[in-house]
Design a binder for this molecule. Structure first.
Ligand code: CP
Ligand code: NVA
Length: 317
């Protein structure tokens, strides 16, 4: 195993998780299995500290509850420590080049997680980083969310291969990541967005159009789906469009009628935070098909598996 020339610690070659397609299907299968094992250890109060002495730096340029908490708690539970930086009170907010920040921060830590605006920012940071970089959400992608979501689906329903996921609403970072995941893990996404908000395949980073279909009518997208999922109408960074979006998205709400047209026992997921009465009816969000709380919890377990993998490679314990 190579040794980090700065810290003297043993490392595997630097690997980043900047978008879903950075990993292969085989790697995801490994991660889902590790998530199951790591979750089991957590539930059994088993002490498991493979990342003792390792430091995660978390850089936030946008608000977060789940991402911060799951990474910080997850790193501590694996025996390491986590440091929170935000752009408001670090030099990043005063114009220090992201390349310079990558050089410096990666000399003082073992792993970096970034939540920022443009994907190009995280790509530039990673190009200058000596340690793995994880995308904690950009305008384009949210790979950690879909890692946890697919684990949640598998936990509840078994393999996702060949299944249909209905995406109702904005073709945003979470939608783009579902589309990438469908290509890698071989399932289908039925997407319904209002006119003017359609999927942009290049921005979504897709290889082709084989794994998704677009529907003008959201009910048609949901018909027979094994999972119905959505997200806020206005993502962070688009707040100026909020009023216009409220009008444009008014017919793109996941409600009970939509859940009835999906497959029997279809799941409902939402990355959260949710706006009941906008993209999802309260009766669905709080109803029997909703798995949103387990989905949020699985961010913790899936990201622990991800951090372990990025720092130690494949382990067998
Ligand atoms: N789903 C998600 O990433 O939540 P936070 O914005 O709270 O981190
Ligand atoms: N699409 C949302 C997800 C928040 C977790 C956003 O980017 O704001």
């Amino acid at each position: 195993m190579p040794v980090n020339p700065i810290s003297g610690k043993q490392t595997v070659a630097v690997k980043h998780f900047l978008q879903f397609k950075d990993f292969t299907r085989d790697e995801f299968e490994y991660l889902f299995e590790r998530t199951r094992i790591i979750k089991q250890k957590f539930k059994a109060y088993e002490q498991y500290w493979p990342l003792i002495d390792r430091t995660l730096v978390m850089i936030f340029e946008k608000a977060s509850t789940r991402t911060r908490l799951s990474f910080e708690a997850g790193m501590q539970q694996l025996g390491g420590s986590a440091i929170y930086l935000n752009t408001r009170d670090s030099q990043l907010g005063r114009g220090e080049p992201v390349e310079d920040a990558g050089q410096v921060i990666s000399r003082m830590s073992d792993l970096v997680m970034i939540r920022t605006f443009d994907q190009s920012i995280i790509e530039r940071f990673a190009a200058n980083s000596r340690v793995p970089v994880i995308n904690g959400l950009t305008k384009e992608y949210h790979p950690c969310q879909i890692l946890a979501d697919i684990y949640t689906f598998i936990e509840q329903c078994g393999p996702i291969q060949g299944k249909t996921v209905a995406w109702i609403g904005d073709s945003n970072n979470v939608c783009n990541t579902w589309l990438q995941a469908a290509e890698i893990l071989d399932f289908n996404v039925h997407v319904s967005t209002p006119p003017g908000y359609e999927v942009e395949p290049e921005r979504a980073g897709l290889f082709g159009a084989d794994h998704y279909e677009e529907f003008a009518d959201p009910m048609e997208a949901a018909r027979g789906a094994h999972l119905v999922t959505t997200d806020v109408w206005t993502s962070m960074g688009f707040e100026a469009e909020n009023e216009e979006r409220k009008k444009d998205f008014a017919d793109w709400q996941v409600d009970e009628e939509m859940m009835r047209i999906a497959a029997p026992d279809a799941l409902f997921m939402h990355c959260l935070p949710a706006h009941r009465g906008e993209e999802v009816a309260a009766a669905v969000m709080d109803g029997p098909q909703s798995v949103v709380w387990g989905e949020a919890e699985n961010r913790l377990h899936a990201q622990k598996a991800l951090m372990e993998y990025l720092l130690l490679g494949r382990v067998d314990k």
